[in-house]
Design a protein around this ligand. Structure first.
Ligand code: FUB
Length: 345
């Protein structure tokens, strides 16, 4: 929901009518990546703080420094904040801006995947490991070779392969990689190098992970999001094209690639037949929440499917002080997902 509408919001009324309440309120959390490990729910969010940075379109106000893991015994039970799991000071290659993370498990080791700005100001994606899903995590000395941009999401397919989905526009720098190398010119412009409205929209990326989950096994490939005619979505198709917050889940043998449209504030999805796509645009999962950003994950818990998402209702609309929430989603018989309204007004 755009910032300019916030002054007109009656937050008491809105919070009363929200489809869910913040899972925790002792700290601000955002960008929830949820997984079930050993029968318990673990949520890997960003940890929002107010570092005093002014709002800008490069996301400078998202000045996060560490990660906490939230756990829940069941979907209705109390959510527990397990404290600091990884701090930027303990990541040799990272300087600042610990943005949306994800995690996964392999052979009893837990892997935290996270983006951060390196000392040269370029976003990279790193990995940290632990023998516990709540950490503490120990970071690899260097970022993943060939990684760039933000918002990693790591999906485990049924054959045991793991794939990382990533990318984000504006402050997430994806547009600076259009020609295969980082373009450092016009450093203060979030929209430099964004395609013209009639050109194909910028695409997110996917890469299969190596067996040890510490590197990419292949050069990242662009993920095509196409319309009902098989054409790539255009950059001017602002209500449908990719912006950030990639997620991949599988439902009844189909692959669902979901994402945020950023400045139009929708969580949308496309459906495909394999982890690389193409994904055919299929609709909206979540209408705009309070706050500029929208970000999510989708996770099956005890046979039901849930959308983990965030909004800024607890902070009364402060864009960089968000709270993680959860709501059930429903699939129609044709495999499409019913759109959720975050507030019933
Ligand atoms: O939390 C910082 C950034 O805001 C994330 O990386 C984006 O997805 C957006 O939620």
């Amino acid at each position: 929901m755009p910032e300019e509408s916030i002054e007109n919001i009656n937050f008491d009324e809105l919070n009363k009518n929200a489809i869910s309440q913040p899972l925790i309120s002792n700290i601000y959390t955002a960008d929830p990546s949820a997984h079930v490990f050993n029968g318990k729910i673990y949520i890997y969010p960003s940890h929002d703080v107010d570092a005093g940075e002014a709002f800008d379109d490069l996301g400078s106000h998202f000045a996060m420094e560490d990660y906490h893991v939230i756990s829940m015994d069941s979907i209705d039970s109390e959510a527990v904040d397990n404290g600091v799991a990884l701090h930027v000071d303990d990541v040799a290659w990272a300087k600042e801006q610990m943005w949306a993370p994800d995690a996964n498990e392999k052979d009893g080791t837990y892997y935290l995947f996270f983006p951060a700005k390196a000392h040269d100001g370029i976003f990279r994606i790193g990995v940290a490991t632990s023998n516990s899903p709540i950490g503490p995590f120990k970071a690899q000395p260097e970022a993943i070779k060939g990684s760039f941009s933000i918002d990693p999401a790591v999906f485990k397919d049924d054959d045991g392969s793991y794939y990382m989905y990533f990318g984000g526009l504006w402050g997430g720098q994806l547009q600076r990689w259009r020609d295969g190398e980082y373009n450092a010119s016009q450093p203060d412009s979030p929209t430099a190098f964004i395609p013209e409205e009639h050109e194909a929209a910028l695409l997110p990326y996917v890469a299969k992970m190596t067996d040890d989950l510490l590197e990419f096994e292949e050069k990242p490939k662009a993920i095509e999001i196409i319309d009902e005619n098989g054409d790539l979505l255009l950059a001017g198709d602002n209500d449908r094209r990719f912006f950030e917050a990639a997620w991949l889940h599988k439902y009844k043998d189909k692959y669902y690639f979901s994402y945020s449209t950023g400045d139009t504030h929708f969580i949308c999805y496309g459906i495909g037949d394999n982890p690389y796509g193409p994904f055919t645009y299929s609709g909206r999962i979540l209408n705009p929440v309070v706050g500029w950003t929208s970000h999510h994950s989708i996770c099956e818990v005890d046979g039901k499917w849930y959308l983990f998402y965030h909004d800024s209702s607890l902070s009364k609309g402060v864009t960089h002080l968000r709270s993680v929430k959860v709501a059930e989603i429903k699939y129609r018989a044709d495999g499409t997902i019913e759109t959720l309204d975050p507030y019933i007004l």
